[in-house]
Design a protein around this ligand. Sequence first.
Ligand code: SF4
Length: 333
Amino acid sequence: MEPQDALSRRIAAIRADLEDEYRQPHRDPWIVGFSGGKDSTLVVHLVFETLLALAPDERRRAVHVVANDTLVESPLVVAHIRRVLAEIDHAARAWRLPVRTVITRPAEDQTFWVNLIGRGYPTPNRMFRWCTDRMKIQPTSRYILEQVAASGEVILLLGVRRSESVTRGQNVRRYDNGERLNRHNDLPGCMVYRPILELDTDEVWEFLATVPPPWGGSHDALIKLYRDANGGECPVVLSRDDAPSCGTSSARFGCWTCTVVEKDRSLEGFVEAGFKEFGPLLEFRDWLQPPDPAFRPPARRSVHDRQERRLRTGAVHVGDAPGNSRASFRSPA
Ligand code: SF4
């Protein structure tokens, strides 16, 4: 059942815009950033519908649906992402759509554990959040740049919405050129397209709750995921401007190891909803959480802060790093 009135008109306008952009006379591939959250799910849903609405000989541009796995994702979220990508993949093959699903991951030497244990970095915190760039931005950026190298230019579709947050609204205003496509600030050859920019949260939910995905099934699992996780989401992060929304104090899906947040409300929500097996992950995350600097003795605090500053600027060696583990533990035997 389609939503009625104002929302159906807005969705119809978005569908027309997507179709018009796809029909442009060039072959630049589309890359859809997929976080498994509601906004990027809606974008993939509408893109899939756009392809189905076109005649087979009009589907000339490749569409890559790209998710990133930090390798320390919340287990239920990463399972959901894998399941949806498999469904999309299956349906795309059956319909012969030019869709490719991809999961990017951090380079082997940039994973959470390599940096935490191997390099001895402190657990990420607001002042030194080394993780977002290495585990989220770089893997997906690398994939995008590979596609730019192969095709000359790509169009990146993001489920960004102006009303998502004050910060997001400010970023949108700062980089908006008034056109449908904006040049990406950090990725040459990448144009950014935000088809659902003007939708609000209620509209996104109303659509997802009433219109089944074109690849089959329903969006019920997504709705349940949000309900169980106290409404959390970690969005696709593809630039340093977006990074502050990753690991904030609001309830968000994110890495289960995330110590940038005081409490992992989404994982707590999953445990409260009956997924007791994730209780030990919560306890381990709390154990990783560095003690409040206010409780460290002043002398030790200043040494720690100085080392952390030097580490951030690259002026410190691994063995000196102020991480959670001793150098002897980190050094090879
Ligand atoms: S969710 Fe937390 S640990 Fe994961 S990349 Fe974001 S800030 Fe870092």
